[in-house]
Design a protein around this ligand. Sequence first.
Ligand SMILES: [Zn+2]
Length: 406
Amino acid sequence: MVRLKYIFIGFVIKLLISNISSQSLPFEKCGQHLSDFEENRILNWGYGYNDLLGDLVVWSQSPYVTIDSIGSSVQNRAIWELTISDNPSSTIYKRIYIHARTHPGEEESFWVANEIINFLLSDSPEANAIRSQCIFHIVPMHNPDGVELGYSRENANGIDIESGWDDSVIQPEVSALQNRFIDLSFVIPNPIEVALNMHSAYACKRYFVYHHETGTSDNFTLMEKNFISGIQAYYPGGFEDWNYFISWSNGTPDQYPESWWWLNYGENVMALTYEDMNCSEAGNYDLTADAIVKGVCDYIGVNLSNIKNDDLLPNGYKLYQNYPNPFNPTTLINFDIPEDSFVKVSVLDIKGREVSVILEGEQTAGSQSITWEAVDNYDNNLPSGVYLCLMKVNDYMSTKKMILLR
Ligand SMILES: [Zn+2]
């Protein structure tokens, strides 16, 4: 009798758990609170398919991007992919694949991908260096039907396309991505080395879903720790430690994109899910994107710290727009000088008063990058506001508007 009672309680608990997880509440690695659904889904969670089509037009102006459809959704919407590189057909460039918004209600994953795209298409010396050594493939909206239908996780067939990667009948969105992964990994000299699957979670933290050695290998977990910690180092306090969310401790599941990668390509591909914050505290997508791109570059051996030693000297003086902007409180200021020169870079407030001298002295020719922490010459924090970055070299003078938002 006692045993029966426990079995019954177990049964009720199991029912409760299956009911809860079908509503995407705890026990799932990502998702949002039910209370957020209604108001957000009406707005396609703030970014719909037409918004994407508009942005594709803008992005397509860049000489460094090609935009193509990798397939169609159930309702025949194109699934768009951006390829960013200065030589997309290179057979030696490093290849990275990023797809976002498999779960429509996790729009933060798009905002991070959006900043990754903006970073990679920017004029900064770092972006330039990345484009000349890498090919980035980015799918900003993997599940356009779900976005338009206001589903939180499913496609137009009502199926969660984050799983089902091993099903006998594969959903068209899954098939489009799988075929693309195969095309870019199988029998080509420079296969995909990093594959990121972008989501966001109500846990309200930024983290990577780490795979335990039981489901992978000892060697792979070392690579995972290295990868995650490397990204984290570029945005201290922004990301959780590698062990914040450990999955696969009971073995390799078979239904997810990362399962597919592991089962087919093993240690050759660093395939991970990234979870941004799905809560009102979400933000700093630019810092997040910057850290992810730089961490990925370090991991695959693309060196960005040697940019200033590049043999190719710039052919003119140039001050670039600071990045990120707006910023809080750290921002990067990049500039070019074609020959060794005396350079002054300073910051003026809105009334034209000099509030900070960031750099003043003889500099060697090349592209340079300096970090500014939004402090004055006495190391006092400057208040939020609009500032001007002023660069002077001989007769050359250039300014850029910078916005500090504390
Ligand atoms: Zn998700």
